[in-house]
Design a protein around this ligand. Structure first.
Ligand code: ARG
Length: 590
């Protein structure tokens, strides 16, 4: 469906053209004086200069044209206001017709204007065997929402978790294991047999191994050197370490999957840095043959600075002096792998703002080397999640907060609120708390512009009032409960249509609903989930005003009641579609 503003602008374009003025002046926008009108067209003001006429004369002509020859059904009020504005009020019947069309459309009126694309989204980015912490939360939450927005818009999306599974942490874990369990066959250089299929540790053991190893490496140089050597040996393919690495990977990935599932985050592919490794030797040879890379202080680098740069962009290092691959090497090789496997039009990376330089270097090196001529490489950076003190979020003891603990604390806060209201039995309250808690967490994050820092405030995020996830869910639950009551009486609204609004609050609700396709479009074009959040907050407010001012269940006129019910159904669909692309859902009761 066309956007409502476009329909109005088209109507005005016809009028401008028929009156002898350029259609470019015909833009209709939302009124900035809602006390006077709903929409306005200020084009006569601008046209006055070109046509050397008083703006009110032009506006008068346009108004008369539309009143006499235009779509007379569209507006219930159209008037010129001096010096030359045109104020508009939509006709309630026209608006209801638009809402009814939305209700009948599978995408609630959303229409894609450009060609769909094939996109790889690289988000999540957890590091194997290291616990997930809040830093990984934003990547998962934002990336998941972008994936869903793109899919809603019709793109073919491959979500890749891009595990950090190939770095020094692997060598650290191997060496720490050697200290703790020296008798394992993996450390017997003369061992010839098959390696066991069972992992020599559980997830909770594994979780302790990395922090211990990391601590030790800070104090013990020899240990750190051994870890480096073990990492190199693993990367060169030493069978014992490969076998051990597989165990680390499997145990850790099983745990990660569980964690992401709790976050309602899912990936299509679970590839990692290690999958890019086989592409590295040929890639480096290619760089050398083309004369793209050169030695600098023993390392191999690609210059990526340009004359237009306003700040220094250091060269992209693709091989260290000891021959080891780096983060950039693996990202470049991953681009080759993705080109081969998915032929994407775009690869989008969702990572911390602090990685912005890394991605600038990688993107430039990739383009320079011709690794992906047809592919757009984009970086969606995000800001830091801070505590109330304005500093990066920490535990009360000052340590790094683990994601699981963070989720648990928000669920507890929501649980306490539900129990305060005493509306649900205890076990249902627990279950509902985890659904509502997720909305608090995700909405709290996504309602901020992704690139900005934000303050994580459990009390505010978990409140059932105000601009929060729980408030949105509360509104949906309220609608569900009315619909259940209505249908519970054996009533049925099928065959009915949304009729012209009977009150201001009902019309305001329809006006909000009608913005859905435009909001989705801009959230998509600007990769901006926060636009969806602020929209559903406005929509929920509009619904609640309508609800408080309208007797829905006791309405005696059946046609009017059916029309209300259809409006409720549409409101519910729009809200549910929006929270679904944000990555959470509503319970039945709360
Ligand atoms: N594993 C990385 C980290 O924890 C994030 C990976 C982001 N994606 C990428 N292709 N570099 O910082």
């Amino acid at each position: 469906m066309k956007k409502l503003l476009d329909l109005m602008s088209e109507e005005f374009a016809k009028a401008f053209a028929s009156c002898g003025y350029d259609g470019k002046y015909a833009k209709v926008s939302i009124s900035n004086r809602p006390d006077l009108c709903e929409y306005q067209c200020n084009g006569a003001m601008a046209a006055a200069k070109e046509y050397k006429k008083a703006p009110f004369m032009i506006a008068d002509e346009i108004v008369s044209y539309i009143k006499e020859s235009g779509n007379t059904e569209m507006f219930s009020m159209i008037e010129m206001v001096k010096p030359g504005f045109i104020n508009l009020v939509l006709s309630p019947a026209f608006l209801a017709g638009y809402a009814e069309q939305m209700a009948a459309d599978a995408k609630l009126g959303y229409e894609r204007s450009d060609a769909t694309k094939r996109i790889v989204i690289d988000y999540g980015g957890p590091n194997v065997a290291k616990p997930l912490h809040v830093g990984h939360l934003r990547s998962a939450v934002i990336g998941e929402s972008l994936k869903r927005i793109f899919r809603f818009a019709g793109d073919t999306v491959t979500a890749d978790v891009h595990l950090g599974d190939w770095g020094l942490q692997m060598g650290l874990i191997i060496e720490q294991l050697r200290c703790e369990k020296p008798d394992l066959v993996y450390f017997d250089e003369n061992y010839q047999g098959e390696y066991p299929s069972e992992a020599p540790f559980t997830i909770s053991e594994l979780e302790k191994i990395y922090p211990a190893a990391s601590e030790k490496s800070k104090k013990d140089e020899a240990f750190k050197d051994q870890a480096h050597t073990a990492t190199l040996k693993l990367q060169e393919g030493y069978p014992a370490y490969r076998a051990l690495w597989h165990h680390i990977l499997n145990v850790s990935v099983a745990d990660l999957k569980k964690n992401y599932e709790n976050l309602n985050v899912s990936f299509d592919v679970w590839k990692g840095e290690s999958d890019a490794d086989p592409y590295i030797p040929d890639m480096i040879n290619g760089f050398l043959e083309k004369g793209l890379a050169h030695e600098s202080q023993g390392a191999l680098v690609i210059d990526v600075a340009t004359e237009e740069d306003t700040k220094e962009i250091p060269p992209c290092i693709v091989r260290k002096s000891d021959g080891a691959a780096l983060y950039a090497t693996s990202d470049l090789a991953t681009i080759i792998q993705r080109e081969q496997d998915y032929h994407p039009d775009q690869i989008l990376y969702v990572a911390d703002n602090r990685q912005s330089m890394h991605f600038t270097q990688v993107f430039r090196a990739a383009k320079k080397a011709g690794l992906c001529d047809q592919t757009e490489l984009t970086f969606q950076g995000f800001g830091t999640m801070n505590g109330k003190d304005g500093r990066p979020f920490k535990t009360r003891e000052g340590g790094v907060m683990r994601l699981e603990n963070l989720i648990a604390s928000i669920n507890d806060a929501v649980y306490a609120k539900i129990m305060d209201n005493r509306t649900l039995p205890e076990d249902e309250a627990r279950q509902v708390a985890s659904i509502v808690g997720l909305s608090a967490l995700k909405y709290g994050d996504l309602s901020n512009q992704a690139s900005k820092d934000y303050v994580f405030d459990i009390d505010r995020f978990s409140s059932f009032e105000g601009n929060t996830g729980p408030y949105i869910l509360y509104t949906i639950v309220r609608i569900k409960s009315i619909l259940n009551k209505y249908h519970g009486l054996g009533k049925d609204e099928s065959g009915a249509v949304i009729g012209a609004a009977h009150s201001k609050s009902e019309k305001d609700l329809m006006l909000e609903l009608s913005k859905f396709n435009a909001v989705m479009e801009s959230a998509f074009e600007e990769t901006a989930p926060h636009k969806i959040c602020s929209y559903i907050y406005d929509l929920a407010n509009a619904f609640n005003s309508f609800y408080h001012g309208t007797k829905i269940m006791s309405e005696e006129n059946e046609t009017v009641q059916k029309s209300y019910i259809r409006l409720l159904e549409l409101t519910k669909s729009v809200l549910e579609t929006c929270i679904d692309v944000l990555g959470f859902s509503a319970p039945e009761r709360m």
